[in-house]
Design a protein. Structure first.
Ligand code: ADP
Ligand code: ZN
Length: 301
């Protein structure tokens, strides 16, 4: 029987699932709406059940789940594998790993959505050949995942780069939307909903030449500088819905360099900022393919 892996990118609005062995060998794919945990996880499980088994000639070797959070990643914790304190109705305390373990009995990789996307980009996307990488998504929220020494970075909990404080000049943009930090953190001022609140219209409809994008690029460029100075990754990838505004990339690079002001004298930054701050190589599939990579790694002896 042919061995295949499953990847699940769990988001607050949708779950992206795929089955395969890598980006060039995706055998099936499905997007499901995020409703209640029971309904959504059940639908995900049925997707895999439809495609594996003796009839299809495909055996499931492992599953990877890259999930919105915060999530419990501590293997010694009694609530390992669950979503912890999300404001998303019904999902606080939802057992995700336990659900799939009970259903499939295969090794399961489990990490944050952005650690997953970072791993996917490192293995198959814009981070190939590197050992370290940060992936930032700028969407409904802002999150950052990190790979260090080829592995997703965990610590006391997991990185929460979306909530790093921003400078007073950036805070001046307005009250912000973070339920914890208002306009004092990156997500509060630079997420899609923050842009919509400031502009008074949905972020995708803000014209490309609106000055709001310069403020957005400054906030994200300063965040990139903060990350370059703290984690020292070999590359920083920006993805998520807001980065569909491609005019942001050169401006983010500009503001990152301005914030660093020549301090990090390394050619990867001073001469190659165009590749140091990059778009996802896997596009919108970074998360689901990253989850697949987590599944493949979990199944390794
Ligand atoms: P999510 O974060 O919900 O998983 P996305 O990464 O697609 O999903 O982000 C959705 C956010 O991105 C929304 O706030 C939306 O308004 C914003 N967005 C989507 N497309 C664009 C666009 N073309 N320009 C600016 N913002 C966009
Ligand atoms: Zn915050």
């Amino acid at each position: 029987m042919r061995q295949v892996w499953g990847g699940i990118e769990g988001g607050g609005t949708k779950f992206n699932c795929l089955l395969g062995t890598g980006p060039d060998a995706i055998l099936a794919e499905r997007t499901l709406p995020t409703t209640s945990p029971g309904e959504t996880l059940g639908a995900v499980a049925r997707f895999f059940e439809e495609h594996v088994g003796s009839e299809s000639g495909q055996g499931l070797a492992g599953l990877g789940i890259a999930c919105f959070g915060p999530i419990d990643l501590n293997p010694r914790s009694p609530t390992y594998g669950s979503v912890t304190t999300t404001p998303k109705p019904g999902w606080s305390g939802a057992e995700v790993v336990g659900f799939f373990r009970g259903r499939f009995g295969v090794p399961i990789g489990w990490d944050t959505d952005v650690n997953g996307a970072a791993l996917g980009e490192l293995r198959w996307g814009a981070g190939r050949g590197l050992d370290s990488l940060v992936y930032i998504t700028v969407g409904t929220g802002i999150g950052g995942g990190a790979i260090v020494g080829g592995r997703p970075l965990h610590g006391l909990l997991h990185p929460e780069m979306g909530h790093i404080p921003v400078t007073p000049a950036i805070q001046a943009a307005g009250p912000g939307v973070c339920p914890y930090h208002g306009g004092w953190c990156l997500e509060g001022v630079a997420s899609g909903p923050a842009l919509a609140r400031r502009a008074g219209r949905p972020a995708p409809t803000i014209p490309a030449d609106d000055p709001i994008w310069e403020d957005e690029a400054r906030a994200l460029g300063f965040a990139a500088a903060t990350i370059a100075l703290t984690l020292s990754p070999e590359r920083i990838i920006f993805g998520g819905g807001v980065l569909k505004q491609e005019q942001l990339y050169p401006r983010i690079r500009h503001h990152c360099l301005a914030a660093l002001n020549g301090y990090l004298r390394v050619p990867a930054i001073t001469d190659h900022i165009d590749t140091y701050i990059a778009a996802p190589g896997l596009g919108d599939r970074a998360g689901a393919l990253g989850a697949l990579a987590l599944g493949i790694d979990a199944a390794r002896p």
